[in-house]
Design a protein. Structure first.
Length: 224
DNA sequence: GACCAGGCACATC
DNA sequence: GATGTGCATGGT
């Protein structure tokens, strides 16, 4: 089986196992952006607490985050961990949005995909994953999001080497799949679901929904 | 009490 | 360019 075919096959298995995820869990595109920063190296349950605090203080919008003092912001997002750094990163993001798009997400969405991605990556605290999460889930741009789960799962399957880089793995997905926002959205969300539900608890992937495919893949490689 | 979670920037070699 | 380190909370 060709690699591209396997990539799609894995998607089908995950979809069959978990059903549609309908991501990102947020009410507005701006909330997606904030969540993307807050979830850096942090479990989502902790992010939810921080988001709750921001909402409770009616601070989860561009204008409010632009005005709120750094100290106060850090205090509200404390449950998400790394709160000093993340407060700084959120401030950078907000100032980027204000200066480049006058805070208009719709205007941002009309920008060229590649140019916008380059710009976003220059913002302090926005690395590849955060950038692509924003591109895909807040702006509906067809960019595949890679995260720790994706690397772990696909290297375990023998699809890529363990030390594969972000962009190498991203290329595999984007060259294997049709450039479709809905598909990218679901696929990444399904990978996270698999990572949360199975991979952490069962290191050997015994109950993994894509296990059969992993096995077949390994046999094919062994047989040349 | 150790370990981990939907990263990133920065220093050093 | 590769590798190491600091950043911090809350759940298991």
């Amino acid at each position: 089986m060709k690699k591209a075919r396997k990539v799609f096959k894995i998607y089908e298995r995950l979809y069959a196992a978990f059903g549609p995820r309908r991501w990102w869990p947020a009410d507005t595109p701006f909330e997606v952006m904030v969540g993307a920063v807050l979830t850096q190296n942090t479990s989502w349950t902790n992010v939810e607490k921080a988001i709750f605090n921001l909402k409770e203080q009616r601070s989860l919008d561009l204008e409010s985050l632009n005005r709120i003092p750094y100290r106060k912001l850090a205090d509200l997002i404390r449950p998400s961990g790394y709160y000093n750094i993340k407060a700084k990163r959120l401030k950078s993001l907000v100032s980027f949005l204000m200066h480049n798009f006058k805070g208009d997400i719709a205007l941002m969405r009309r920008q060229d995909r590649k140019a916008l991605r380059k710009k976003l990556l220059l913002v302090h605290g926005i690395g590849p994953e955060t950038c692509d999460s924003i591109m895909l889930y807040a702006l509906n741009k067809p960019v595949f999001v890679i995260d720790a789960y994706t690397k772990r799962i696909f290297s375990r399957c023998g699809m890529v080497k363990e030390n594969v880089t972000y962009h190498e793995l991203q290329r595999l997905f984007m060259e294997s799949l049709p450039r479709n926002v809905r598909l990218y959205n679901e696929y990444h969300a399904l990978i996270v679901q698999l990572g949360k539900e199975v991979c952490r608890k069962i290191p050997k992937c015994n109950l993994c929904p894509i296990n059969k495919l992993c096995y077949n893949t390994k046999m094919e490689e062994r047989n040349g």
